[in-house]
Design a protein around this ligand. Structure first.
Ligand SMILES: CC(=O)N[C@@H](CCC[C@H](N)C(=O)O)C(=O)O
Length: 388
């Protein structure tokens, strides 16, 4: 690979290599090894690589600046989703039932492209790159922060990170002031009743019926509890009840869902309502219920006013960047936690796959986004370093 800049062919190869080895949250061992091998190859005297024994798939890289005034942070996530890929691409996932269906392979490639530039050209300010495990589940960013990895010279003064967006043209950068992404919380519910013969329902407590009623009832949270001028989502993406036949009443129903709100207050109200509806449903159908809310959820991604004003100013005046302002989205991101600790800005990178969406088995981002994305971010960081 080139010593000056990575070519589109280099970037495509990296992205395709990563795409073939998707790994779930906290299991990203091959991905970690691949990233580390490349970074070691590019390592120059001003570049330090750091492992985190407590979270062994994480990787941090610090680039020492020539005349540092600050430390700029750049984060990418590295985990994949439990989805069976259906793109039919020649470089499709080699891991059955796992896929980079949220584009973290693209995120990693962009981060590597930016890092490669500063490995070859020593920057003025310090940089800290975070290759973060466990974005989709398991709170990787929060875990790392709570482990204290961002201390002293490893603490960024400003943190930046991106997510790819199939609805935007390839290479376009987009963000907004304020809340970019929703806060979210995963909820796991188990209704336990008493099974029995389909013809004798009066002798059972039907857990499947309770679950069906519950899934319908929780849709009233957004329509009846949330202020109509605010946004919220309640989605149950998983419901399992009963066996393989229709004439046995189910004794257990397990559901997994996610709820989202653009403010922490709304998210907490939704968490409260969902628990009340679950308990009320259990009472109504004479079944037991077990409710588990995941560690208080992911915080909304709130862009910092100052870093975001500068980011937007730069992108709007940079003729080589394609930039637009966007509305908030109901996707969630573990980066929200880090942005509550360290000021920064999250933004979208357009990957031009408008007929598909994130988390779909056919999602196929356009690799043409890689080079312009890397160049816009590198120009922004270089410009930021030139400022007092
Ligand atoms: C960008 C994106 O798709 N992020 C995920 C984050 C998931 C957070 C958590 N596991 C949840 O489901 O609430 C998303 O689903 O938005």
């Amino acid at each position: 690979m080139s010593e000056t800049a990575l070519s589109q062919a280099d970037l495509q190869q990296i992205r395709r290599d990563l795409h073939q080895i998707p790994e779930l949250a906290l299991e990203e061992t091959k991905t970690h090894a691949y990233l580390k091998a490349l970074i070691v190859q590019w390592q120059t005297p001003w570049v330090e690589i750091r492992e985190v024994p407590e979270l062994p798939t994480a990787l941090l890289v610090r680039v020492q600046g020539t005349q540092p005034q600050r430390t700029l942070g750049y984060r990418t996530d590295i985990d994949a989703l439990p989805i069976e890929e259906q793109t039919g691409l020649p470089f499709a996932s080699k891991h059955p039932g796992k896929m980079h269906a949220c584009g973290h392979d693209m995120h990693m490639t962009v981060a590597l492209g930016v890092l490669h530039h500063f490995c070859m050209t020593q920057p003025k300010d310090n940089l800290v790159f975070l290759f973060q495990p466990a974005e989709e589940e398991e709170f990787g960013g929060k875990k790392l922060y709570d482990l204290g990895v961002f201390k002293d010279e490893w603490r960024p003064d400003e943190f930046y990170g991106l997510h790819d967006n199939p609805a935007l043209p390839a290479g376009q950068i987009a963000t907004r002031q304020g809340t970019l992404f929703a806060g979210s919380c995963v909820v796991r519910i188990v209704f336990s009743g008493a099974g029995g013969h389909a013809a004798m329902p009066h002798l059972t407590n039907d857990a499947l019926l309770a679950a069906a009623s519950f899934v319908t009832s929780v849709q009233s949270i957004v329509s009846r509890n949330l202020n109509p001028v605010d946004a919220g989502v309640v989605t149950f993406g998983s419901l399992h009840a009963g066996g393989s036949v229709g004439n046995i009443i189910a004794d257990e129903a397990k559901l997994i869902g996610t709820m989202r709100g653009l403010t922490q207050v709304n998210l907490e109200m939704m968490m409260d309502r969902i628990q009340r509806i679950a308990r009320g449903t259990a009472e109504t159908f004479n079944v037991d219920v077990d409710i588990e809310l995941e560690q208080g959820g992911y915080q909304p991604v709130e862009n910092d006013p100052d870093t975001t004003a500068r980011f937007i100013d730069f992108m709007e005046q940079d003729e080589a960047s394609d930039f637009t302002i966007v509305d908030s989205a109901m996707t969630a991101e573990d980066f929200g936690y880090l942005l509550h600790q360290i000021p920064g800005t999250m933004f979208w990178l357009g990957v031009n796959d408008p007929s598909h969406n994130l988390h779909q088995a056919v999602f196929s981002p356009d690799e043409a986004a890689l080079l312009p994305g890397i160049q816009s971010i590198t120009r922004f960081l270089t410009w930021r370093m030139a400022q007092n």
